[in-house]
Design a protein around this ligand. Structure first.
Ligand code: NAD
Length: 256
C-alpha cells in the first residue's frame, strides 16, 4: 500500500456496511491493511465472504456478517456478532446503498419509503445500536453520502433526499456526541467506477469523466483512503465535516 501509515488503525474494530462490493470492499481492504479488525456487513453473502477471505489471505483480519442495514433486528444481530468476533466497536463506516432512477412523479410511496430505509435510516440505526461502544472507546462514524446531497441530477429524488439527510444527520450527531468524544463525518463521492456503473456505456462514462476537473472517474480505493483518514486519529479534530471526494466534479462549471 503506497504512502500510508500502515498501523494507523491497529487494535481498532471497524464495521463497513455494503462491503461486499465497490467502495465498501475497497474500504474494508484498506482499513484491514492499516491494522483494523474489519467486519464486512452486507446482504450479499457470496460477495461478502469473498472479500473477507481475500483480506484474510493477505494476512489481515476480516469476517463477514450478513446484515440488512434497513432492518433493526439485523443491527442487533450485527452488534452481537461483532462483539463475539473482535470485541467492542471503534468505528462504523455506513456505506451500503441501493439506488433506483425514478423521477418524483413516477415514484410510489413504498419506493420512497424503501429508498430512505436503505440510504438514510441505517445511519440512525447504526448509531443507536453502537453508541455505547462508540462512547466508551471515543470512536467515530464515517457516512458515505454523495455529491447528490448538494446537486440535483434528474431521476434521483429519494437518493438525493437520503444523501442530503445523511450530511445533515452527521452534523447533528457531531454536535450531540462531541462532548462524549465521538466523531461523525460524511464523505461525498463523485463518479467512482464500481459495479453501479456496469449499465453505463463507454460514452456515458466518458461524459461523466469529462465533468470532473481531473477528467476521469474515481477508483473505489480513492474513497477508501479518505475513509481511512477520517476513521483514524489523524482526523482527531475533524467532526461534522462533509469531505467531497469527486475529482473536482462539484467545482467544475465550464463544459469541456
Ligand atoms: P455498490 O453497489 O458497488 O455496493 C453497494 C453495496 O451495498 C453492495 O454490496 C450491496 O449488496 C450492499 N447493500 C445494498 N442494500 C443493502 C442492505 N439493505 N443491507 C446491507 N447491504 C446492502 O455501490 P458503490 O458504488 O460501491 O457505492 C458505495 C457508496 O458510495 C454508496 O453509499 C453510494 O451511494 C456511494 N456513492 C457511490 C458513487 C459511485 O459513483 N459509485 C457516487 C457517489 C456516492
Amino acid at each position: 500500500m503506497k504512502g500510508s501509515a500502515v498501523s494507523r488503525l491497529a487494535d481498532r474494530v471497524v464495521v463497513v456496511t455494503g462491503a461486499a462490493s465497490g467502495i465498501g470492499a475497497a474500504t474494508a481492504r484498506r482499513l484491514a491493511a492499516e491494522g483494523a479488525s474489519v467486519v464486512i456487513a452486507d446482504i450479499a453473502e457470496t460477495g461478502g465472504e469473498e472479500v473477507a477471505a481475500k483480506i484474510r489471505a493477505a494476512g489481515h483480519r476480516a469476517e463477514f456478517v450478513r446484515c440488512d442495514v434497513s432492518r433493526e433486528e439485523s443491527w442487533e444481530h450485527l452488534r452481537d456478532r461483532v462483539n463475539d468476533l473482535f470485541g467492542p466497536l471503534d468505528a462504523l463506516c455506513s456505506n451500503a446503498s441501493r439506488q433506483a432512477t425514478i423521477p418524483a412523479h413516477e415514484l410510489t410511496r413504498p419506493q420512497w419509503d424503501e429508498g430512505l430505509a436503505i440510504n438514510l435510516t441505517p445511519l440512525f440505526l447504526g448509531v443507536r445500536t453502537f453508541i455505547d461502544d462508540l462512547r466508551a472507546r471515543a470512536g467515530n462514524v464515517v457516512a458515505i453520502s454523495s455529491v447528490h446531497a448538494q446537486f440535483g441530477l434528474p431521476g434521483y429524488p429519494v437518493y438525493a433526499a437520503a444523501k442530503g439527510g445523511l450530511t445533515a444527520l452527521v452534523r447533528q450527531l457531531a454536535v450531540e456526541y462531541g462532548a462524549a468524544r465521538v466523531r461523525f463525518n460524511a464523505i461525498l463521492p463523485g463518479p467512482v467506477l464500481t459495479p453501479v456503473w456496469d449499465d453505463v456505456d463507454e460514452e456515458g462514462r466518458r461524459l461523466s469523466a469529462r465533468a470532473t476537473a481531473l477528467n476521469r472517474l474515481g477508483a473505489p480505493e480513492e474513497v477508501a483512503a479518505a475513509v481511512a483518514f477520517l476513521a483514524s486519529d489523524d482526523a482527531s479534530f475533524i467532526t461534522g465535516a462533509n469531505l467531497v471526494v469527486d475529482g473536482g466534479w462539484s467545482v467544475r462549471k465550464e463544459s469541456r
